[in-house]
Design a protein around this ligand. Structure first.
Ligand code: AHM
Ligand code: MG
Length: 340
């Protein structure tokens, strides 16, 4: 029998299994090193988004204790009721990012127009788009919600960002990601070099690498769709649903159904466990013939993450990343995940 290691005499002894601790900042810097031409602006911008997420998480985790629940009594540009946490998350992202000199402008699901950089502040090479608090109809019920973001390089030469800087196809994304505020807060991002996830350690206030190189499993487990709207679907979407339910003989009797009603939560689960999320076009509301989800604030970013993780995303006809947007708040049918 071999002698137990003596921690004093053996440098290789560890009381706990050795786990490398990587902060999000160290990870982004490491990825930047593979791009010698990088200036560090993108790295700092991603870190600013992580800071915004910490501030938002600080509010969401205390939501029943501080006065942030309920509706704000306003309608947004989409004609939807704005939750007070929507406003808090939106204001946080705008205030953290407006004056850093890294952006030429921002666009938010909550704002009708481009959010300019305040007069007197420097502008930068990127534009930032976000859904500040996705799934906010769930905020009052302690259900997971999230932030979704995308970053493009500006195209225009003017000082402040122009509409063409924002209406870029997902293929031109420089970086994208999301934050999920669930039983823990997890930040997932990609700069085109795989997908990486970080869990917020609230004790030290840092996002630490917890999910390196996420790959979506080839074999789907779940399908996620609001089946309450089935009567408004096309026959094609109904057939697709029969298929994922195994009614046409696939998937050993069918996939299991999971639907939270927070896109970030449904997407995150399916990314890690394997599955498909869809929000198809429906005839429920003649004002929204392309479904509910927004191309620029929700779908392009998650499509980019899905493709980087080995999955796909489509509007039913073409890859989401190939769609050239024509307006800031345009909606699209969305099918994302893996089906094999
Ligand atoms: P939001 O950005 O205003 O929260 O709306 C988007 C949300 C998604 O998170 C979710 O997938 C969808 O709306 C749920 O809609 P529905 O209640 O119609 O199923
Ligand atoms: Mg949303």
């Amino acid at each position: 029998m071999s002698e137990p290691l003596n921690p004093v005499e053996n440098a290789s002894y560890h009381a706990f299994p050795f786990i490398q601790v990587t902060t999000i900042e160290a990870h982004i810097l490491e990825q930047q090193r593979t791009h010698p031409e990088a200036t560090g602006v993108l790295t700092s911008l991603l870190y600013d988004i992580a800071l915004s997420a910490k501030i938002i998480a600080h509010a969401t985790t205390r939501a029943g204790l501080i006065d942030v629940l309920g509706k704000a009594g306003l309608e947004n540009v989409q004609g939807e009721q704005v939750a007070r946490l929507d406003l808090l998350a939106n204001e946080t992202l705008i205030r953290v990012n407006a004056c850093t000199g890294r952006l030429a402008g921002m666009a938010s699901e909550e704002n009708a127009d481009i959010i300019p950089i305040p007069a007197g502040y420097r502008t930068g090479p990127y534009v930032l788009l976000f859904d500040p608090l996705d799934g906010s109809s769930n905020t009052d019920y302690t259900i997971s919600i999230g932030t979704i973001f995308s970053i493009y390089r500006r195209k225009s030469k003017e000082e402040s960002g122009q509409i063409e800087d924002f209406l870029q196809p997902g293929r031109d994304l420089v970086a994208a990601g999301y934050v999920i505020y669930g039983n823990s807060t997890v930040f997932v991002y990609s700069t085109g070099q795989g997908v990486h996830g970080f869990t917020l350690d609230p004790g030290v206030g840092e996002f630490l690498l917890s999910h390196p190189n996420i790959r979506i499993p080839d074999k789907p487990q779940f399908y996620s769709v609001n089946q309450g709207y089935e009567r408004y679907w096309s026959s094609g979407v109904r057939q697709f649903t029969d298929y994922v339910q195994g009614k046409t003989g696939e998937f050993d009797g069918g996939l299991s159904m999971r639907y939270v009603g927070s896109l970030v939560a449904d997407f995150h689960r399916n990314l890690l466990a394997g599955g498909i999320f869809y929000y198809p076009a429906d005839s429920k509301d003649p004002g929204k013939p392309h479904g509910k989800l927004r191309l620029l604030y929700e779908c392009a970013s998650l499509a980019y993450i899905a493709e980087q993780a080995g999955g796909y995303a489509s509007d039913g006809r073409q890859p989401i990343l190939d769609i050239v947007p024509t307006s800031l708040h345009q909606r699209t049918p969305f099918f994302v995940g893996v089906i094999s």
